[in-house]
Ligand binder design. Structure first.
Ligand code: PA5
Length: 474
């Protein structure tokens, strides 16, 4: 079994990707090593881009180690002052805070009595503009007891700005002159429309460093502030991230560098027609980590052009799954459907809680075997059995294991997934750090909503699709 371990952190078992008696279609080590020259080049390019400040998700960790003091200080002050804390943001400005919160805090955090939350506020992330959900959130919150964190790197995103304007209006009406104390803004240092408003109206402000895109920004004030307010140990989060960052930057070989390894496996599988990358944690705490990963993978790697401007249309489609729930939903397809997927299981060695299944000798014999075992034993058995079923079917899979679901290991996981995305971007010869497809949609929205300067685009969009094919129930 091929194992890589940085004690006492994350472990990657990629046996299920490699050829073996059950999996003749798997890769052999030579295939991995065959990409080493390209990986060395990628390693050097990424290091240069890091130094040039173009990809700051790694470099900024050191800055954040210093800035965490200010974040924690502010977090502790407001945590005692407010009963609710609401993030207004979308995409990279929402999924990271949500994923880390779910991974590290009590699963039913908001339902806990205040003392069990360490007298910290309830936490909500409003990452959509569904009018019902938004209205209903405002109905249950008392604005006087609520702090809103408006997060937008660009400071221009229509969804976030619309939410912000509604909230600002409500706060002004309810809180009067002190309304600005209920708003904290996380945005770029120089750009965007949020910044001048924050300065003019006197909101507390945190900065998203310039060289980091939304989906790579969890370990900036985007995610660190929310985590600190809700009692997460952001020092440990950063420590774990730094340890992983160092491992990746210091080791060059494909079978010693975890990001190179995972990127290479993904790249080889993509070349062999595996168009789908399934991320399947076996821990409910990591369910929204799968959402975060899906955005990271999809926006970074789904590209039309390569770096030379050739049309390439690359990118594996990320699929979010949850073990064991999706064993009863999707695994049938993974085992017997098209052989177009690679599956990454994410497991946790030791859960923070245990549940013993009671022994009852009166029960029918066929369920008695469960008695005396624990829920986690059942969960592990189910994961292993699924792995085995996939192996028997010749389907490729790998496993990332976290010793425990704690801040240090979650920090490691975030950096591993960010770095592997950066490496595969290099292997695919694309820019993994832009999102032109998303920008097109953002601009179209500005146009349709009447933003000045977008008149021609508005006209184009309205002209487009005049012929509709509609089937209607009468
Ligand atoms: O990863 C990205 O850059 C995007 O998903 C953005 O985070 C998202 O579009 C929100 O943008 P902003 O933070 O500028 O409001």
């Amino acid at each position: 079994m091929d194992d890589h371990q940085l004690k006492p952190g994350i472990k990657i078992d990629y046996t299920g990707m490699m050829s073996g008696p059950q999996n003749p279609k798997g890769f052999d080590t030579q295939e991995l090593l065959g990409l080493q020259n390209v990986l060395d080049q990628a390693h050097a390019t990424l290091a240069t881009r890091r130094e040039a400040g173009e990809i700051d998700f790694s470099k900024l960790l050191a800055t954040m180690q210093t800035q965490q003091v200010e974040i924690i200080e502010y977090a502790n002050t407001v945590a005692q002052k407010f009963e609710n804390f609401v993030v207004l943001g979308i995409g990279g400005s929402a999924l990271g805070p949500l994923a880390v919160h779910q991974a590290l805090n009590h699963y039913y955090y908001n339902e806990l009595p205040s003392e069990k939350r360490g007298h910290r506020p309830r936490f909500y992330v409003m990452d959509n503009i569904d009018p019902v959900r938004f209205s209903e959130l405002l109905q249950i919150l008392d604005p006087r007891k609520t702090l809103f964190n408006v997060i937008s790197k660009s400071g221009n995103t229509s969804e976030t700005m619309a939410q912000f304007l509604i909230v600002r209006d409500t706060l002004r009406r309810v809180c009067g002159d002190s309304y600005a104390e209920h708003i904290v803004v996380t945005t770029d240092k120089e750009k965007g429309n949020l910044l001048p408003l924050a300065l003019k109206e006197g909101y507390k402000r945190f900065v998203i460093p310039a060289g980091v895109g939304g989906r790579f920004s969890e370990l900036t004030p985007v995610g660190l502030l929310a985590a600190a307010i809700c009692g997460i140990d952001i020092h440990q989060l950063l420590e774990g991230a730094l340890a992983m960052d160092q491992w990746i930057r210091d080791s060059k070989g494909v079978i010693s560098n975890p990001a190179q390894l995972r990127a290479t496996l993904a790249h080889l599988s993509w070349q062999k027609g595996k168009n789908i990358s399934v991320f399947m944690p076996y821990a409910d705490g990591l369910k929204t980590m799968a959402d975060w990963y899906a955005q990271l993978w999809a926006e970074s790697l789904g590209k039309r052009f390569d770096r030379q401007g050739q049309v390439v249309h690359v990118g594996q489609t990320p699929v979010k799954a949850l073990g064991v729930t999706d064993q009863h939903s999707q695994v049938q397809l993974y085992v017997e459907g098209p052989d177009d997927k690679v599956i990454t299981f994410v497991t946790v060695e030791k859960f923070k809680e245990t549940q013993l299944i009671p022994i009852d000798l009166e029960l029918p014999e066929d369920i008695q075997f469960l008695g005396g075992r624990t829920l986690e034993e059942l969960l592990f058995a189910e994961q292993k059995a699924t792995e085995y079923a996939l192996t028997l079917a010749g389907r490729q899979h790998q496993k990332i294991t976290l010793p425990t679901l704690d801040a240090y290991n979650v920090g490691q996981l975030l950096l591993l997934l960010e770095w592997e995305t950066a490496y595969i971007g290099e292997l695919l010869n694309i820019n993994a750090f832009n999102q032109p497809g998303v920008e097109e949609g953002k601009n179209g929205t500005y146009a349709l909503m009447g933003r000045k300067g977008y008149e021609t685009r508005k006209h184009d969009i309205e002209e487009y699709g005049e012929t509709r094919h509609i089937l209607k129930f009468n």
